[in-house]
Design a protein around this ligand. Sequence first.
Ligand code: A3P
Length: 357
Amino acid sequence: MATYLLPDHDACYNPKPINGDNQIQTEEQEAYDQKLDAMIATLPKNKGWRSQYIFRYKGFWASREVIRGQLLIGDHFHPQPTDIFLAAFMKCGTTWLKALMFATVNRQRYNFSDHPLLRTGPQSVFPFLDTHIFLDHPITNFDHLPAPRLFATHNAHSSLPTSMTSPASTCKFVYVCRDPKDALISKWHFMRKLRSKELPPISFNEAFELFCNGVSEYGPFWDHVLGYWKASQESPEKILFLKYEDMKREPTVELKKLAAFMGTPFTEEEEKKGVVEEIVKLCSFENLSNLEVNKGGGGGQKFTAKVVVENREFFRKGKVGDWENYLTEEMKNRIDTITINRLKGSGLIMGATKTLI
Ligand code: A3P
């Protein structure tokens, strides 16, 4: 069974398989999977970045496992009113936000010099709902996690059940968005490492073409961002929309916003004591990427029974604008034009929100 933090003294943080030892009958499982495969066979398919194929399901591209996870979340996940979900398109800052949210919510429990993040890395403190839902056969039960439960998802807003997203639900979402040019570069690097060695590698030009056409896991990128953006405009108390670029520029300002949104605002005394800066430092790329647990092999995130991604793969450069090293002027213009056209009228502008004087 996969184990989630992680307060090491806190055994109740471990999700448990529903049914415990009374696991679902293999035949039942097989019948379920057959139905899933029959449904998937009817979907449009295209080239996957990690696996051979991805499928267009309810407007978004996803692997078989992710579609399976979406169905299971819809059928079996029971959101609690205090749940907080971290949502993002792949490679837009999930790891960073996991660390910041966990450290902020639990700041009374740990001191910064001996913090669990220093020993485990950000992936282990936050269940990745999309696939963790089925990691513990047959369904993972998260009921024992302490409130507020923190979950990460890459699923599009419209791919999640209304029990999580409807205005009647009090669950909160933190969404982090990033310039699609940087998300593309980051995703290509990440996925080529994860790609099955039995498949031919995906060249950068091919990835670029697929990305522009919206074909990449959890894509189209722009639909993903717009779904959460629109929902955040309609229900700002339910969805906080952040940008990677703003966080790089003014991390303390963004962290204060995040803490207040999660219902754990920093007190004046905490601010005077420098708690905000401590958390920013603890969760910085420089600090986290240089920790033994995130540099070497060992810890990581289990995506499926076969795919475990080591912590170090979640840290590359951590910069804004690395796309300049990869995209030609023509490629840059093509993505920017798609972005301008797709975001027209939404009020959303990619990149940092304001310039510092
Ligand atoms: P790059 O590949 O551009 O370096 P995700 O966590 O959503 O998978 O996103 C990974 C991206 O966030 C990678 O971007 C990674 O280097 C960067 N990243 C990871 N931890 C970070 C941190 N603490 N601060 C800033 N960026 C971080």
